[in-house]
Design a protein around this ligand. Structure first.
Ligand code: F6R
Length: 366
């Protein structure tokens, strides 16, 4: 049931205020004093003492893992590596019982992620799953798990599952940071409060749907696109590019903005749309310079900015605004306009957005 929306993907994009709320509700204390993740109970000591955390996933779930890496390293000071299930399982990785593995999968059935879990368990590591489909294969094979409560995701392009995964990773990072003494109780409580404000912020972003559709109209014939972000917003650039390529079949690449001058800048001309995620955080001045570099080469800049940012508005060709957010949670808001932009471009190109060619919702082949 598309609930009045023309496609499941659009319905699922619009469900995000609710699916994020469902993912943290019941886990956050009413006074924001703590987060209780029942699924962590059995493994919390191993997790707190882990020498290293390995995150394994594929596709969009791997992008959520990248955000998780930054969060966990930032708040809990445990080294994290993010691995593609397929690369990890075939390359003779170093893994020991001191490692803790987090496997992320919407479907819980991705063959390469499942195989990576089995390898890690054989090497003696504990494994935690972050999955959306209850009772699927991955939750059955992991030592413990935290479900994302995003509800069924029907569109092949993952949207609400991604933001639910990032929500769970944020909660895990906060709990770990606090238990390891790296995150003060005041900061912990403030971050919990910030998380509870995310659904209302996404609600505001969704109100710009028509403006975003107008931007899509201008770029629907593009053959290429570049997405740039720094820090927490680099994985968002990767995810924005994946969303565009998988549903509109436009070639798109995500890059850490500073890498542009090491190659991709050669691609920039008046036909190249460059989507820059440029909210006000600690790399703001740097990303503003990156926008200037693109404009100096006549590239078209579509920027995701913090509400009221006139500096970038005056430089960019178009802006999509998001409410101010703490840096650690900024992926949750900034990804939403990118989902909408890809959706509208794909619809305008006549693509089958819910079932793009050559793709399956769960990849159970290796
Ligand atoms: C992209 C997409 C895929 C999946 C990937 C992993 O929109 O949906 O990249 O994210 O196939 O799937 P799960 O999360 O089910 O393991």
């Amino acid at each position: 049931d598309k609930n009045g929306f023309p496609h499941f993907m659009l319905k699922e994009i619009f469900e995000q205020p609710r699916s994020i709320l469902d993912t943290f509700r019941g886990r956050v204390a009413k006074d924001n004093s703590e987060i209780v993740l029942g699924g962590l109970y059995r493994v919390i000591d191993d997790l707190v003492q882990a020498k290293r955390i390995l995150i394994v996933a594929c596709g969009t779930s791997w992008h959520a893992g990248q955000v998780g890496e930054y969060m966990i390293e930032d708040l809990a000071r445990i080294p994290v590596e993010v691995e593609y299930g397929s690369e990890f399982r075939y390359r003779n990785p170093v893994i020991t019982k001191d490692d803790f593995v987090i496997a992320i999968s919407q479907s819980g059935e991705t063959a390469d992620t499942l195989a990576a879990i089995r390898m890690a368990k054989e090497a003696g590591a504990r494994v935690l799953g972050i999955c959306n489909v209850v009772g699927s294969s991955i939750p059955r094979e992991t030592d413990a798990g935290v479900y994302t409560h995003a509800g069924p995701e029907i569109g092949v392009a993952s949207t609400k599952a991604f933001t639910a995964q990032v929500t769970v990773l944020a909660m895990i990072a906060m709990v770990l940071g606090n238990k390891r003494g790296e995150l003060s109780t005041d900061d912990y409580n403030e971050l919990i409060h910030d998380l509870t404000e995310v659904p209302a912020k996404i609600e505001k972003i969704l109100q710009q749907n028509e403006e975003i559709k107008a931007i899509a109209e201008i770029y629907k014939e593009a053959t290429n696109a570049i997405y740039l972000g720094r820090g927490y917003l680099f994985p968002v650039a990767l995810e924005g590019a994946l969303k565009l390529k998988e549903i509109s079949y436009i070639h798109a690449e995500g890059y850490p903005a500073a890498e542009m001058k090491h190659g991709p800048i050669a691609l920039i001309d008046e036909n190249m749309p460059v989507i820059v995620i440029a909210t006000k955080d600690k790399s703001y001045d740097k990303i503003v310079s990156n926008i200037q570099e693109v404009k100096a080469r006549n590239g078209k800049v579509i920027a995701v900015v913090t509400e009221g940012d006139d500096t970038i508005r005056n430089m960019a060709d178009h802006v999509m605004e998001v409410p101010e957010s703490t840096e650690m949670l900024s992926a949750l808001t900034t990804v939403v306009p990118l989902q909408l932009l890809s959706y509208h471009i794909a619809v305008m190109r006549g693509c089958n957005v819910d079932q793009p060619r050559n793709l399956a919702k769960s990849v159970t082949v290796e």
